[in-house]
Design a protein around this ligand. Structure first.
Ligand code: 15L
Length: 225
């Protein structure tokens, strides 16, 4: 742990423990929970019940929420579409749905209690991109940590949405978010991997058609149009 930091292990489903941990906090950075596609029963406790506990803590402490939302909130939009941050939610699975729930809960918390949130709709945050899709969706660790830092420090009010991708030339699917309000712009880029990864796709048409990639192809029972 860095100097001045401490670590406490807790169950996100344990409301009193989460409320206790948040005591005196001015902000909550919520990266806990299930971040990959899993069955509903696996997602519900950490991502729905746990989210409720986090927002309840934010409400009590009057703390800002910085939330690890996901590109999977809009994963079932086709890759040819260009989305604004206020676009229709089209989650591509249980994980994406839980993130959409979190964004709605944040909105309710602002409307009813004046608690601000920043929703970082994270793309593919890995050490390096590994396939063709990630030439669009990749978000470097550096760009993510700078986005979190700006979300904490910026003088903002309300609910803000940020598309979490680095400066990738291939990310043409999204525009218009609240990055200017937090003073963040990505600095890194997946472009250096283009020669190596362009054309490295899966054999699943449903995955390749949609922005959310592989999750869109999981558990569906409708042929890709
Ligand atoms: C996510 O939300 C996951 O956490 C990560 O494992 C990747 O699947 C990523 O999205 C992605 O869309 O590439």
């Amino acid at each position: 742990m860095p100097a001045g930091a401490s670590f406490t292990r807790a169950d996100l489903g344990d409301g009193p423990a989460i409320l206790r941990l948040a005591e005196g906090c001015g902000a909550i950075v919520r990266f806990g929970g299930i971040s990959v596609e899993q069955p509903f029963e696996t997602v519900i406790d950490p991502n729905i019940r746990g989210l409720y506990h986090a927002y309840e803590a934010a409400r009590r402490e009057r703390a800002r929420m910085v939330f690890a939302s996901s590109n999977h909130v809009v994963g079932l939009h086709k890759r040819g579409e260009v989305l604004d941050s206020g676009c229709e939610v089209r989650a591509d699975g249980h994980c994406g749905l839980s993130k959409a729930y979190a964004e709605l809960a944040g909105r309710l918390c602002w409307d009813k209690h004046g608690i601000s949130s920043v929703f970082l709709r994270i793309g593919s945050c890995t050490p390096a991109p590994v396939d063709d899709r990630m030439l669009s969706t990749w978000l470097s660790y550096g760009d993510l940590s700078r986005a979190v830092e700006r979300s904490l420090l910026a003088d903002i009010q309300g609910c803000l949405v940020i598309w979490g991708a680095s400066r990738n030339t291939r990310m043409t699917w999204r525009r218009g978010d609240d990055r200017a309000a937090i003073g963040w712009a990505p600095q890194d880029s997946a472009d250096g991997w283009t020669a190596e990864l362009a054309g490295k796709t899966s054999s699943d048409p449903g995955a390749e058609l949609h922005q959310g990639g592989g999750y869109c192809a999981m558990g569906h029972s409708r042929p890709a149009p």
